[in-house]
Ligand binder design. Structure first.
Ligand SMILES: C[S@@+](CC[C@H](N)C(=O)[O-])C[C@H]1O[C@@H](n2cnc3c(N)ncnc32)[C@H](O)[C@@H]1O
Length: 292
């Protein structure tokens, strides 16, 4: 008999992979398919090693029976796909500037109610490029910004990306679509090729940790005028997508708009939103008069 190499001790059997897949799906709503096995194995190995547990079996048992939320968080952080960059799919930011925001203001005026802040949520926000892009676009291009109070919130399930988002330091890959004058105005150079977003923009975004599929946790999000939920539904199965859609619906105020990623569509997920073809693409509106 030969001694197992450390890597073998951390390697998952097919049955272990299946059990972990099921457990993770139940807890987070995120499904990783067997086709992703190589990617998942590598990341789980990193997670088990980082935990100090001697083997996958010991780690999984501590995770399941030990009520260790920090272990589940570490696993979640390993398994999420966090690709993002500034000004991504920016035709939707064009839509936000016009027609979405003017319509929202007109509606407030028509209803004759005192206008509270316009509330925007970026969920998932990953490392923060999306909410910071929204903040810069509004400051640069929305003439009403001096008159209208705007709140920008951002959330993600991954606590590592949230820490990076709060810190707001970015490399060339993230920044390549930022106009040069904006780079000079809204960032400061920290090291060669890295720039940190200015405090004024950082302070304009409030970050939260949440699982969009967790109905109980999502209850704290309510009354948003616009939600950007881009490039995450593609990772969910039907049930998790539906749950996320319902939770986003509950987080919007009636008449509010939901923006999805270009490869995503609500049509096969849920009929609760009213789709509308804006000049820049489709947006989904929570009907006025609909209760949560
Ligand atoms: C590909 S990034 C998209 C970021 C940004 N919206 C964009 O389009 O550039 C997907 C993000 O979704 C987050 N995520 C995955 N599952 C989630 C869930 N159940 N709840 C909240 N965020 C989730 C991941 O942590 C990751 O940061």
């Amino acid at each position: 008999m030969t001694r197992a190499t450390p890597t073998e001790e951390f390697r998952l059997t097919d049955a272990e992979f299946e059990r972990l897949r099921e457990y993770f799906y139940k807890r987070t709503g995120i499904q990783f398919t067997p086709a992703k096995r190589y990617f998942v194995d590598k990341r789980i190995e990193a997670c088990v090693r980082g935990s100090g547990q001697p083997s996958f079996a010991a780690w999984f048992s501590a995770l399941r029976v030990g009520d260790r939320p920090e272990m589940l968080q570490a696993l979640t952080n390993q398994l999420t796909v966090n690709e993002t960059y500034f000004m991504r799919e920016d035709y939707q930011f064009d839509a936000l500037l016009d027609p979405v925001l003017p319509r929202l203001l007109a509606e407030h005026a028509r209803a004759g109610r005192p206008r509270g802040p316009i509330r925007i949520l970026s969920l998932p926000c990953s490392t923060g490029e999306e909410p910071y892009s929204i903040a810069m676009r509004l400051l640069e291009e929305w003439p009403e910004i001096d008159r209208v109070d705007v709140e920008i919130h951002a959330a993600d399930i991954d606590s590592d990306v949230l820490a990076r988002a709060r810190h707001g330091s970015y490399g060339a890959r993230s920044l390549q679509r930022v106009p040069k004058p904006w780079l000079a105005k809204y960032f400061r150079s920290v090291t060669a090729g890295r720039y940190q977003i200015e405090d004024a923009i950082r302070g304009a975004v409030t970050f939260h940790r949440v699982n969009v599929c967790d109905t109980h946790a999502m209850r704290v999000f309510a009354g948003f005028d616009v939600i950007f939920c881009r490039n995450v539904l593609i990772y969910f199965d039907e049930l998790s997508s539906r749950r996320a859609a319902e939770n986003l619906f509950g987080a919007l105020r009636p008449g509010g708009y939901l923006m999805l990623g270009h490869a995503e569509s609500m049509s096969r997920i849920s009929p609760i939103f009213t789709p509308e073809r804006l000049p820049q693409g489709i947006a989904y509106q929570r009907p006025t008069g609909a209760s949560a």
